[in-house]
Design a protein around this ligand. Sequence first.
Ligand code: GLU
Length: 432
Amino acid sequence: MEVVTLDKKSKKVPVRGMMDNVMEQFNSAADHIELHPSIRKILSITNNEIVVHFPVKMDNGDVEIFTGYRVQHNNALGPYKGGLRYHPTVDIDAARALAMWMTWKTSLAGLPYGGGKGGIQLDPSKYSQTELERITRRFTFALADNIGPEHDIPAPDVNTNSQTMAWMADTYMSTRPPAERTANQHVVTGKPDGSGGLEGRDRATGYGVYLTIKYWAERNEESLDNKKFIVQGFGNVGYWAAHFLEQEGAKLVAVQDAFGAIENKEGINVEDLFNYSKVNNGSIVDFPESAVPAQNDFYAIDCDICIPAALGNQITKENAPTIKARLIAEGANGPTNGDGERILLDRGITIIPDILCNSGGVIGSYFEWLQNRNGELWQLDEVMVRLEKKMRESFNKVHAFAQSESMDMRTAAYCIAIKRIEKAYIQRGIFP
Ligand code: GLU
């Protein structure tokens, strides 16, 4: 199995294995709940796979062809929902796996959504803002009626943000008949809060990651004060998770991004690092109050809590044996592969699985969608309170199921998510 690395030098990063990873997780939970064989068949494949090739004019006048993906895995519980990422690793296998993870995530969170995912295979750092705008608009146009506010609702993911969503919403709405334009604002979530976005959607994923860590500490009757944590990826998820953990007195001791890693055993100031990265091309490398970690293996750095918040397949049999953390909180989707997971569980390390840990993002998206649909404007404090309530419910459900069945939290989360979808199929039957 090939492994994704965050090393900038390896340009084309293979993601084969992501599909193996999600299918292995699915099958083990399906065995446990004795999932109806017909429903296992349905959930083992994706409903629709849209691949589009589209031309975009570059700033120098040349035309480049891009390939975009949107995989719609399942919509038994509601419209397809999930992000779009811009990254060299985006391909059909990655989109399929990520779409499946969204189906389990939305089901576990109790949302009226199915799962989808997609993106464009590109390295956004190679394009100007105006090129990225044209790429995004043309991609939206190419997806056409395959997305829609009651059908498939994209959101930000790796290397996409509220600006990307604003361009998408604007393009989608501009191509609708005039009377339908504004009514289609909720075709995407994660928009800027001046353009139909939700206050707090920016921090929703990271806040959720932090909350699940807090609930874990509560269960263990521990405080987060002075706990050491490391973060891989200092984008939206990694930064906000670190921000909230720091407020509880936890200490960020190392960070890795696509360009390198930094360490400071005394603690790295999260806001200073964030401000530094903004003026350092988005990278944490060479942050003044830190050094390059002594060991090459980032995951072997001494800490209590480890937050992978970048790409998939980062924790494998190669590095799982030397991980120091007692808790892995999966801010990323699919950061731990099957071999890595078995080693961690054998070593008694707890994993808060991605479909629970990072579900704050899609829960925030659901609030934004409701806000747009109902013509409301929610306040930040209201958003945070509602998010906390949903995260706590999910965590409690998963924790209780894991305890009662003596299983790990990932399998428990999958069992709950799959059962909800199974129930919908059994009630409804299969057309015709
Ligand atoms: N990209 C995020 C995820 O993987 C958010 C998806 C959404 O809000 O639809 O969960």
